[in-house]
Write a protein that binds this ligand. Sequence first.
Ligand SMILES: Cc1ncc(COP(=O)(O)O)c(C=O)c1O
Length: 401
Amino acid sequence: MPILSSALGRIKPSPTIAVTNLARELKAQGRDVIGLGAGEPDFDTPEHVKAAAIEAIRRGETKYTAVDGTPELKKAIQGKFRRENGLDYALDEITVGTGGKQVLYNALMATLDPGNEVVVPAPYWVSYPDMVLLAGGTPVPVTCPEQTGFKLRPEDLEEAIGPKTKWVILNSPNNPTGAAYTEAELKALTDVLVRHPQVWVMTDDMYEHLVYDEFRFTTPAQVEPRLKDRTLTVNGVSKAYAMTGWRIGFAGGPKELIRGIGVIQSQSTSNPSSVSQAAAVAALNGDMGFLPERNEVYRQRRDLVVDMLNEADGLRCHRPEGAFYVYPSCAGVIGRRTPAGTEIGTSEDFARALLAEEGVAVVHGSAFGLDPYFRISYATSTEALEEACRRIIRFCGRLEG
Ligand SMILES: Cc1ncc(COP(=O)(O)O)c(C=O)c1O
């Protein structure tokens, strides 16, 4: 009998984490590598958040807490949903997990039976399909082409929904494309969902605060209140507050679902870190004045990267509304050869050769379900980004064929 389960055989390790680790290893060997793979802010956690964590340790808040979050944190989350999203959740309609990732995972584990389908717009965050598979469900990817700004069209959503559909996952702003839905675009999707009362909506709003050019963020249950009793609104502190390492994510949703998520958590990890929960309270209740300045930096970096990549021979880069990613097409370099003799047949070949020959780490598009593209995270210093783009332009300029 094999040691590893058949469930494990259905999934693969996160390719984004693999690229980040490879870039780290090459750097440790002394190679000059610019890593554009990691999906985390290069900014620091705000000082008042750190101070709150230190205070919590001093007060002795170092023990188990309620499995799905302290009352203080749930109140802070309740306030955040009201203030920022116009959503009213009771405290027993809120759950806290070890990162948004755990909340999403628990929700799928708590709800999927074999044969259940989950509609996943592609390009997608790498973890959605694998989490669905691990939970015994079937991911149903729906292509969102570059021509629609990588956004799901209502008619494609309608077509993807069938009798076996349990969830539709929406993610705006999106990882890996940065695409964010306007209120009208979201309404067109929720209009479809209203017509399918058996379908639940999992909205991953992790990048809510990272939007540029006056873009106004909205979330499905806010745009269409009739969906609220079958929507799980997932969010967290990782991206907006530069708190990826603290591992706090949360969700609001119907009580029965929230209870189910808590049951999975109670038999796996129990509560998220007590200290991190205290830090998240300070983040959510605290001043967000640090954000506009950071967002302006992100916006400038986005524009820098988009403009430079559009100069590269064979690349084409769409300018997205949010997050800190761009998703350029590398269709124009497929079939060409690098000076070292590597034939570029796929986006993975492109990413591998770029790393080997120019020391720039990006993530190939096949990992995200729409190819031939690649993902760049611009959550890194402007100097590093400029140098990386220069190397990409040089790399593309030297391709033969
Ligand atoms: C779209 C999306 N959802 C969820 C997460 C997970 O966030 P967390 O670090 O809070 O687990 C990420 C992290 O990269 C993400 O990009």
